[in-house]
Design a protein around this ligand. Sequence first.
Ligand SMILES: O=c1ccn([C@@H]2O[C@H](COP(=O)(O)O)[C@@H](O)[C@H]2O)c(=O)[nH]1
Length: 272
Amino acid sequence: MTATPLPFQEQLRQRTLTYGTRLCLGLDPRLDAYRDVAHLREHTLDVLEACAGLVACVKPQLAFYEVLGPSGYPLLQEVCALARTLGLPVLLDGKRGDIGSTAQAYAQAWLSGPHAGSALTINAYLGWETLTPFVEVARAHGGGVFVLVRTSNPGSADLQQSGVAEKVAAQVAQLGQEEDGDLSCVGAVVGATHPEELEHFRALMPKATLLLPGLGAQGARASDLAPAFLPGGVGAVVSASRGIQYVQGLDVRASMEAARNFRNELNAALTT
Ligand SMILES: O=c1ccn([C@@H]2O[C@H](COP(=O)(O)O)[C@@H](O)[C@H]2O)c(=O)[nH]1
């Protein structure tokens, strides 16, 4: 029998408090940057090893593994296994969501078995009832879910700024109230590209860990992100993918330096 892992939100909090980092390493390997899949694999694992001590968690974007065809899921398993060996929580960016019975299958696939103790990004577009399977499996297996609330892309305003983001945030907050403790397993995605909205969403979801994508390639700045955090500088992680893995071609030392700089800038934002 395997021990239930520390709940995902606590794994993140521990990484932040123990290692002084709020940075999430996005690992989105792009085939066109490499000679072949073997080269992609080697570089991706090298970047992970090089950056491990600088980050709170790792976030593989499932699309970049799915596009590799039959090689994709084995590589994803390898990335996840190495991350866990290095002590890093794994946040799977899959943005899953479907009718309840299918949501149940997604939840089992990505939040139990070998992925117990991991987290998954999920989509509330099909309604609140479709979040339930994900939340139940996450709670049972020490995992987490991150519900899309206000995404980082420019077009997110089309739907999300018509009151939808606030409705989803209210649902995230309500699910959080069902749990003891100051942090819930139900987190939320709020783009780092909307710094002026961070205080608003932080207040709407006081027990949610926030995932803030958009640092680096999408133009968000670490110095703007302090309002996303809870007192003590916990309760949020900020992700960068291209801005670390491909900051200077395939130079792994440059990736490590970029991660170090982002980590330091985030920490500085919380102390000024
Ligand atoms: O609102 C969102 C939600 C998820 N993402 C994902 O994060 C990374 C961003 O990559 P960068 O290279 O750091 O821009 C990518 O996997 C997105 O699918 C997001 O950008 N925004």
